[in-house]
Design a protein around this ligand. Structure first.
Ligand code: GDP
Ligand code: MG
Length: 290
C-alpha cells in the first residue's frame, strides 16, 4: 500500500505542499499532470491552475487501459479544445512513452528555439510529475526511468535530495513527484474517488459504496453489469441487483442470508480492476455519474 494514501490534508499541510511544489516548479520546463482517465475531473486537484500558473503543462490521462475508448477520445478532444495537450497513457505497460517525449518537446518548441538561437544546444528538457495520491505517479516515474520497484519518499531519517532521472531524448525527470490533495467539496467527486480506489479511507462503508456503484453502473453501463454477472436488471433496485450478484457468486451465509460484505467487495474489486468493463465515470462538461 502506498504511504501517501493515509495523508489527511489540512490547510497548513496544503500550504506547505504548495510551497514545496512551487519551489520544484521553478526548476522545470514542463509539468506532467497525471489524471485518472476514468475520472479526469474528479482526480484533478481543485487549484491546479493556480499552482502551475504559466508553466507549460501536459495532461497525462493515466490508467486509460481501465477507461472506455470512446470516452478517452472525448476527453482528448476536450483538452485539445481547451488548449492543454493531453495524452492517453498506461503507466503499467509504458506503451507509447515516446509520445510523451514528443509532446513535451512540441510544447517546448519555442523555448528550445530561443535557447538554440542563443547558442545553447542540447539543453535537457526538465519535467516533474504532479497528481493526487494513487493516480500512478510512482508507476510512471518507474516506467519512464526503467527503474524497478517504488521509492517511498517520506521515511523519517532520510534526507530527501531531489535527483534528476535521465530519460530518453534529453528529457530529465525530477524523481520526486508533487503529491496534490484531491477535491473534497462535491459528494460525486468523493464517490468517484472511492469507486476507483483513489481513496481507501472509507468515506462510506463498503456496502453503501458498492450499492452506489451498482446504481451508477445501472445508469451508465447496464449491459456490462448484466453480462458480467449474468443477471437481469428490469425494474430492479440496486439492492436487488446486489442480491442477484450474491446468488450468482455464491455469496450466501450459512443461515441462507446474503453475504453483502463479500458481494460488495467483489463488485468494487472487479470494477477497480476493469473486469466488469472499461468504464469511464465522467465525461467532459456533462458528467455521467450523478
Ligand atoms: N491499470 C493501471 N494501473 C495503474 C496504472 N498506473 C498505476 N497503476 C496502479 O495504480 C496504483 C497506484 O499507483 P502509484 O504509482 O503507487 O500511485 P501514486 O500514489 O500516484 O504514486 C498501483 O496499484 C499501480 O499499479 C495504469 O496506467 N494502469
Ligand atoms: Mg507514489
Amino acid at each position: 500500500m502506498n504511504a501517501n494514501m493515509n495523508i489527511n490534508w489540512y490547510p497548513g499541510h496544503m500550504k506547505k505542499t504548495r510551497e514545496a511544489i512551487q519551489k520544484n516548479l521553478s526548476l522545470v520546463d514542463v509539468v506532467f499532470e497525471l489524471l485518472d482517465a476514468r475520472i479526469p475531473y474528479s482526480s484533478q486537484n481543485p487549484v491546479i491552475d493556480s499552482i502551475v500558473k504559466d508553466k507549460p503543462r501536459i495532461i497525462i490521462l493515466n490508467k486509460s487501459d481501465l477507461a472506455n475508448d470512446k470516452s478517452n477520445s472525448l476527453w482528448q478532444n476536450h483538452y485539445r479544445d481547451s488548449d492543454v495537450p493531453s495524452i492517453l497513457f498506461n503507466s503499467l505497460s509504458g506503451k507509447g512513452v515516446e509520445n510523451i517525449l514528443k509532446l513535451a518537446s512540441e510544447v517546448l518548441k519555442d523555448k528550445r528555439k530561443s535557447y538554440e538561437d542563443r547558442g545553447v544546444i542540447n539543453r535537457p528538457i526538465r519535467a516533474m510529475i504532479l497528481g493526487i495520491p494513487n493516480v500512478g505517479k510512482s508507476t510512471l516515474i518507474n516506467t519512464l526511468s526503467g527503474r524497478k520497484g517504488t521509492r517511498t519518499g517520506n521515511k523519517p531519517g532520510i534526507t530527501k535530495v531531489n535527483q534528476w532521472i535521465k530519460i530518453k531524448g534529453s528529457l530529465e525527470l525530477l524523481d520526486t513527484p508533487g503529491i496534490l490533495w484531491p477535491k473534497f467539496e462535491e459528494e460525486v467527486v468523493g464517490l468517484n474517488l472511492a469507486f476507483t480506489g483513489a481513496i481507501k479511507d472509507e468515506i462510506l462503508d463498503t456496502e453503501t459504496l458498492a450499492l452506489k456503484l451498482i446504481e451508477v453502473l445501472m445508469n451508465i453501463a447496464p449491459e456490462s453489469l448484466m453480462k458480467r454477472y449474468n443477471i437481469e436488471l428490469q425494474n430492479a433496485t440496486p439492492l436487488e441487483i446486489m442480491e442477484s450478484i450474491a446468488n450468482r457468486r455464491g455469496c450466501i451465509l450459512k443461515r441462507g442470508e446474503f453475504d453483502y460484505t463479500k458481494t460488495s467487495n467483489i463488485v468494487l474489486d472487479e470494477f477497480r480492476k476493469g473486469v466488469i468493463a472499461n468504464i469511464t465515470l465522467e465525461l467532459p462538461k456533462s458528467r455521467v455519474s450523478k
